[in-house]
Design a protein around this ligand. Structure first.
Ligand code: SF4
Ligand code: SF4
Length: 374
C-alpha cells in the first residue's frame, strides 16, 4: 500500500487518467464546494503541486458501507482521482497486509508522520464494559482512536456511525456506542454524516483542505456547510408537486408513477439538510427521491431514532403552520390553490421559515414517534 508516487499527477498518470479527466474532476469539486469559478485554477495548481499527504483510515463498529461508497464510484476517473489525492497507508479493509504486519504499519505511520497525516474514521466506538465490543490487535477502538486521531493533523468522521454512533447507537444501544467526537472530545473532527457518506463530499473536503490548508466552514454539528447547509425539500425536483398538493398516496399509484411528492409516504426532506439532491449518487446519476423513495433523513443527527418510523409522515411541516394537520395537507390544495401567485406565496413561506439550518430533531424517549396518527 505504501505509495511510490509523491504527487497527484504522477499517481494519476500511472493509472492512465488523462489530464482532461483530472480537470473535469477539479471542476466538479469547485461546484460541490459552491466556490466561484475563479477558484478553479487555484484548485488545479494546488492539487498538482502538493505532495500527497498520508492518510490513515480506521474502521470500528461499522458495516464498511462508507468504504464501499468511497471505492464504488461508478465513474472510474472520479474514483481513481479521489483515491490518488492521498497516499493511503493504512486501511484494514483494502490493504494487502494483515494481522501484526498491518498493525506495525499503523504504529509506524503514527510515529513517523506525527502531526502530519490525515485520519479518517468510519464506525462507532463502544464505551460500554471497557470498550471490549470492538478490539483490534488487542487494543480497544477507543484506545486506537485516542492514539491515532490524537496525533493526526486533521480528522474526518465519515458516515452516521462515526458522527453520532449511527445504527449501532440506536436504542437500546447495547454496546454503549458513540461517535468519534463524543468518545475523544479533545480531537477536532469534521463530521460527514450520512448513511453512507457521499464520497463526492468527502473528496471536496479533502480538496478544500489541500487547496486552502484548512477545512471548510462548518455548522453546529461540525459538518461542512457546503454539503449540509440546505434543506433537501428546497432542492427537490418533486417540490412543485408538494406546493401544488399533488402527493403519492400509495406505492405504485398514479401519483407515484407520475413522480409526485413523497411527503405522505414518510419523506423527511422538509426537515433534513444535505446536498443529496444536487450531488446525487453513482457520479450524479440519481438519488433516492428521484428514484421514487422518500428521504429517510440519513444525514440528520441520530437519524435512526429521531427520523423513524421511516414510512410515517412528518406531523407538521413549516410553511403550512402548526394548525394544519398533516392529513389535511394536499386535501383540496390542488383545487384551492389555483392562482399562481398564491402557490408562489406558499412556496416562499416554506423557504423563508426553514432556512438556513436543519431544525433540531426531537430528543429523548418517543423521539420520532410523533407522526403516528397525525
Ligand atoms: S416532501 Fe420529499 S419528495 Fe416532497 S418535495 Fe419535499 S423532499 Fe421532495
Ligand atoms: S435521500 Fe435522504 S436518506 Fe436517502 S441518501 Fe439522500 S439524504 Fe440519505
Amino acid at each position: 500500500m505504501l505509495s511510490q508516487f509523491e504527487t497527484l499527477p504522477d499517481a494519476l498518470r500511472s493509472r492512465g487518467v488523462r489530464r482532461r479527466q483530472f480537470l473535469k474532476f477539479c471542476s466538479a469539486m469547485v461546484a460541490t464546494l459552491a466556490l466561484p469559478d475563479r477558484y478553479f485554477g487555484q484548485v488545479v495548481a494546488a492539487l498538482e503541486a502538493r505532495k500527497r499527504p498520508v492518510l490513515v483510515w480506521l474502521e470500528f463498529q461499522d458495516c464498511a458501507g462508507n468504504t464501499e461508497s468511497m471505492l464504488r464510484s461508478g465513474h472510474p476517473t472520479v474514483a481513481e482521482t479521489v483515491l490518488e489525492l492521498l497516499s493511503w497507508e493504512y486501511h484494514e479493509t483494502i490493504m494487502a497486509g494483515a494481522g501484526k504486519q498491518a498493525e506495525a504499519v499503523l504504529d509506524r505511520m503514527v510515529k513517523e508522520h506525527r502531526g502530519e497525516y490525515l485520519a479518517v474514521v468510519e464506525g462507532s466506538i463502544p464505551m460500554g464494559d471497557g470498550g471490549v465490543y470492538c478490539t483490534i490487535g488487542g487494543r480497544t477502538a477507543l484506545d486506537i482512536a485516542r492514539g491515532v486521531c490524537g496525533a493526526a493533523k486533521a480528522t474526518i468522521a465519515v458516515g452516521a456511525c462515526a458522527w453520532d454512533g449511527g445504527l449501532v447507537a440506536a436504542r437500546p444501544n447495547p454496546t454503549g456506542a458513540v461517535g468519534l467526537e463524543e468518545a475523544v472530545p479533545s480531537v477536532p473532527v469534521v463530521n460527514l454524516g450520512g448513511c453512507p457518506h457521499n464520497p463526492a463530499n468527502t473528496a471536496a473536503v479533502l480538496v478544500h483542505y489541500l487547496t486552502f490548508g484548512e477545512m471548510p466552514a462548518l455548522d453546529q454539528y461540525n459538518r461542512p456547510l457546503f454539503a449540509y447547509g440546505k434543506l433537501i425539500h428546497d432542492q427537490c425536483e418533486r417540490r412543485a408537486h408538494f406546493d401544488a398538493g399533488r402527493f403519492v398516496q400509495d406505492w405504485g399509484d398514479e401519483g407515484h408513477r407520475k413522480g409526485w411528492c413523497l411527503y405522505k409516504m414518510g419523506c423527511k426532506g422538509p426537515e433534513a439538510t444535505f446536498n443529496c439532491p444536487s450531488v446525487r449518487w453513482n457520479d450524479g446519476t440519481s438519488w433516492p427521491v428521484k428514484a421514487g423513495h422518500g428521504c429517510l433523513g440519513c444525514a440528520s443527527h441520530r437519524f435512526w431514532d429521531t427520523r423513524s418510523p421511516f414510512y410515517e409522515r412528518l406531523p407538521h411541516v413549516a410553511g403550512f403552520g402548526v394548525d394544519v394537520p398533516a392529513t389535511s395537507i394536499g386535501m383540496g390544495l390542488a383545487g384551492v390553490v389555483t392562482a399562481a401567485t398564491v402557490a408562489h406565496a406558499v412556496g416562499s413561506a416554506v423557504r423563508a421559515k426553514v432556512r438556513p439550518e436543519e431544525p433540531e430533531p426531537p430528543s429523548g424517549e418517543g423521539a420520532g414517534q410523533g407522526p403516528a396518527g397525525a
